[in-house]
Write a protein that binds this ligand. Structure first.
Ligand SMILES: Cc1cc2nc3c(=O)[nH]c(=O)nc-3n(C[C@H](O)[C@H](O)[C@H](O)COP(=O)(O)O)c2cc1C
Length: 322
């Protein structure tokens, strides 16, 4: 079932959650091919955008076929955010997302990411400043609050809506929880009731049944899936199929998994080149092979490869049938 974020139609109820260091262009393209309704870039610093940082340009890379695609920025000064958004006018993307959930000390200590949840008034100002400088829909991704004594996601979501946000993604953990414990979906229910814009529920969606449960329990418009997609882009096909039919899908065969690693490697080599690409591909390859017999030995072997040709030879040796 499709849903709308402002003027943008999202073809189904799944969104790939942004993951810095993971959801780069090659990975996003594969997730989108497997059915992700919306992909989101890794987080990009508004300040770095203004300074035309080379790494930032790379983080913004997309392809014409990656649609709809959301670009995520982070920052804390409304004027700086507005200037950054202005610079993005000619870039290809459909939705501008603002990160208000990142728990990393380097970001939080700078008043950015989840630190913004301490100040709903500032949230409204930031969203309004960004929305005034782009015709694209602006969205916000947040957590439940800063810590369990300050669960204020409803206030923060209302502030974002008042600033002009067209959707809000809520990760069911506080900043203090980082990624520990179980996500609490109850506050997502409260946000759905409190705002008129679509809410995207996030936290611990791992398969079709958990996606359906979050949608049904919270009334959210879509689910965002992050960690469960790592090494498993098929999850989008699986979830979309389950939501449509109530039927579980077959897991990908080992042959399909090896073929996906090869495609991921080819895209990474093409987009990032060999030197950097192979280092990043090691991590992805190891993720795909988690759960295979001898996975830890395989990971050690993968960590030794220094070229894509070596990776291919390793796969051919270990999986001659694939
Ligand atoms: C390695 C990693 C990097 C992440 N990077 C970002 C990021 O750049 N921006 C963001 O909004 N969330 C980021 N997140 C949070 C995820 O998007 C998501 O909210 C969180 O992992 C919970 O969803 P899940 O249970 O489906 O993984 C990151 C999470 C992980 C594990």
């Amino acid at each position: 079932m499709q849903f709308q974020i402002g003027s943008v139609t999202i073809p189904n109820q799944t969104v790939l959650g942004p993951m810095a260091g993971v959801t780069d262009l090659p990975f996003r393209l594969l997730c989108q091919e497997m059915g992700a309704g919306l992909t989101v870039s890794e987080m990009i610093s508004a300040k770095a955008l203004i300074f035309h940082n080379a790494k930032t340009e790379e983080l913004m890379q997309t392809r014409a076929k990656e649609r709809p695609y959301s670009l995520q920025i982070f920052g804390h000064e409304p004027e700086v955010m507005a200037e950054a958004v202005e610079l993005l006018q000619d870039k290809p993307f459909d939705i501008l997302d603002i990160n208000m959930g990142c728990p990393v000390p380097k970001v939080v200590n700078n008043g950015e990411g989840s630190a913004l949840m301490k100040d709903p008034t500032l949230i409204e100002k930031i969203v309004a400043a960004c929305a005034q400088h782009t015709p694209r829909p602006v969205t916000v991704k947040m957590r439940l609050g800063f810590d369990k004594e300050h669960i204020n996601v409803v206030d923060c979501a209302k502030a974002a809506e008042a600033g002009g946000a067209k959707a809000i993604a809520v990760h069911g953990r506080t900043r203090s929880q980082l990624y520990r414990g179980e996500a609490d979906w109850q506050p997502i229910v409260d946000v759905v009731k409190a705002v008129k814009i679509p809410v995207i529920g996030n936290g611990d969606v791992k398969n079709g049944p958990s996606a359906r449960r979050l949608l049904q329990e919270s009334g959210c418009a879509a689910v965002m899936i992050a960690r469960a997609a790592d090494g498993n882009p098929w999850i989008f096909r699986e979830v979309v199929h389950y939501l449509e039919t109530g039927q579980e899908s077959e897991k990908p065969s080992n042959k399909e998994i090896i073929a996906m690693i090869r495609r991921h490697a080819a895209l990474t080599e093409e987009i990032k080149g060999e030197k950097r690409g192979i280092l990043e591909m090691r991590r992805h390859a190891a993720c795909y092979l988690q759960g295979f017999p001898g996975a830890s030995h395989l990971r050690q072997e993968i960590n030794q490869v220094t070229t894509f040709r070596e990776l291919d030879a390793l796969l051919a040796r270990e999986f001659p049938y694939a």
